[in-house]
Structures are given as structure tokens and as C-alpha cells.
Design a binder for this molecule. Structure first.
Ligand code: ZN
Length: 73
């Protein structure tokens, strides 16, 4: 299965998830457990190696530290 990137709108965490291409359901953020992380369009990954894509760099730059909620683990 392909790997898709998801972005958490609650904490800004970016993570990858193995999922089928037809799976459009939101994912749970592994960082803060927000249940509606949204899929990032994968065009930025085409031929990319490393973190050189502007979209990825922008997302990474705006990603705060992971701060899991107390009591959730
Ligand atoms: Zn999150």
C-alpha cells in the first residue's frame, strides 16, 4: 500500500500512514490524538528526496513540538 502524509490541524504534526489510495477517512494524530488529521496531497513527494520541497519545508517549519495531552497514553 502507498504511504500518505497527514497533517494534524490541531498541533501541526506531520506523519505518514500506510493506507489504501481509496481510503479518504481522516486519521488520528499520533501526537495529540486529534481524530481528524487530513491527508496531504502527495504531489510534493514526486521525485523528491529529503526535505527539499517547499511545501514540506513550510509544513516542517510551522510544526511545533509534539505535546501529547496529559493522561493520554
Ligand atoms: Zn496532533
Amino acid at each position: 500500500m502507498p504511504i500518505f502524509e497527514y497533517s494534524c490541524p490541531a498541533c501541526g504534526h506531520i506523519f505518514e500512514e500506510l493506507t489504501s489510495a481509496s481510503d479518504q477517512s481522516p486519521k488520528t494524530c499520533p501526537c495529540c490524538a486529534f481524530p481528524k488529521a487530513v491527508k496531504i496531497l502527495s504531489a510534493t513527494r514526486m521525485g523528491a528526496s529529503g526535505n527539499s520541497s517547499p511545501a514540506f519545508a513550510r509544513a516542517a517549519a510551522s510544526t511545533p513540538g509534539c505535546a501529547p495531552r496529559n493522561g493520554f497514553s
